[in-house]
Design a protein. Structure first.
Length: 384
């Protein structure tokens, strides 16, 4: 091994893309006021759940006539609820450019067997032809590809006069990017991404058009209890007032409330976005100066600023077979983990061999700036 270790270490080496780093200054004492040992259906329990819904709506600028609910099973559960409850009456276009988008393709085509389902795909690092979206179809897509580092650049591909509904998995975009709410009928995300909350809870946002679909369409498939959002043909409004379908973790809720309060202190969504963009820019400056790595998403217009995916361009790495490349990446991640300077930075198991650096709002820019030299040093140790 060669090279001198950098003098400055990231103060917090947490660069995982989910669950993500806690907010700066977080300690377990932030949870001291959690509503524990009581029913979540008690008056105060429901009030706290409703507070989380109201703060979410306020910070994200969600329209007043949209419903927001807390649902089981993280972002995945929220997406599944929407797809299983709403898809069927129209053809559907599913856009996929990474692993989670592929999951929604599988759901629509192989599980739900939606008639006239179209899978419109692109390889990792690229964006599919969004202009193929048919306004008469329903649309399912992931706004930010957490495993590919590719995001939708905007909502222009969605028709303002659409006949179908749009279902948007926004789990690593919410609280980090502007979302065009007028173009989105179902939006889902989890607590564990941009705000660094704990897993297992999903957020489900419904437009009036989505509510109309739920109240006018009854799928011919069985729906598990945790997917059911209507009673007697009408929306179960309680879900969107803090009456959760199943038992939530009030400890995790307290953590979410803590980070929402932190976000308010930053100035809300604009403050969160500013932190994300500053982090992504800092990482981008290092990438530009590097001679062995580059962005997986070549086009900056659709490059994610949160889950930044990187490809190794060193010719010696390119000469290896794929299995050897994955092994090399694992070795690099292991070396940096042992140094305590970068944790969980290997790319997703389904993505091309490379690194993935989370640049969300809970990350400090100084830690991104300190990380770059360590990545250079680590590569020198393992490249062979």
């Amino acid at each position: 091994m060669t090279g001198t270790k950098p003098a400055v270490r990231p103060a917090r080496p947490f660069f995982s893309s989910g669950p993500c780093a806690k907010r700066p200054g977080w300690t377990p004492e932030a949870l001291a006021g959690a509503f524990l040992g009581r029913s979540h259906r008690a008056k105060e329990g429901k009030a706290r759940l409703k507070k989380a819904i109201d703060l979410t709506k306020s910070i994200l600028g969600i329209p007043a006539d949209y419903r927001v609910g807390i649902v089981p099973a993280s972002d995945t559960g929220a997406v599944e609820m929407a797809m299983w409850s709403m898809l069927g009456p129209r053809p559907v276009d599913i856009f996929a450019w990474e692993s989670f988008g592929e999951d929604w393709v599988t759901d629509a085509v192989k599980q739900l067997k939606i008639a006239d389902a179209r899978a419109i795909k692109a390889p990792y690092g690229e964006l599919p032809d969004l202009s193929k979206a048919d306004p008469s179809h329903d649309i399912v897509f992931t706004w930010n590809g957490t495993t590919s580092g590719v995001r939708a650049p905007n909502g222009d591909f969605i028709s303002a006069n659409r006949e179908g509904i749009t279902i948007c998995d926004a789990t690593s975009a919410a609280f980090a990017m502007e979302l065009p709410w007028d173009k989105l009928d179902v939006v889902t995300f989890s607590w564990q991404k941009v705000l660094g909350g704990e897993a297992a809870h999903g957020m489900l946002v419904l437009s009036p058009r989505a509510v109309a679909r739920l109240e006018s369409y009854t799928p011919d498939r069985p729906l598990p209890k945790i997917f059911r959002m209507t009673k007697g043909g009408k929306l179960n409004e309680g879900i969107f007032e803090g009456e959760t379908i199943n038992t939530p973790s009030m400890l995790a809720l307290e953590d979410y409330l803590d980070t929402l309060t932190w976000a308010e202190g930053l100035g809300g969504l604009s403050g969160l976005i500013a932190r994300v963009n500053a982090n992504a820019a800092a990482l981008g400056r290092w990438v530009k100066e590097s001679n062995w790595i580059d962005f997986l998403a070549a086009d900056e217009t659709y490059r994610s600023p949160t889950s930044v995916c990187l490809k190794i361009t060193d010719p010696a790495f390119a000469a290896l077979d794929e299995e050897a490349q994955y092994d090399k990446v694992k070795k690099l991640a292991s070396v940096l983990e042992k140094e305590g300077v970068a944790l969980d930075i290997a790319g997703h198991r389904n993505a091309p061999p490379g690194l993935r650096i989370w640049c969300g709002a809970t990350i400090e820019r100084a830690d991104i700036e300190a990380l770059g030299p360590w990545l250079d040093w680590g590569w020198q140790q393992v490249k062979g």
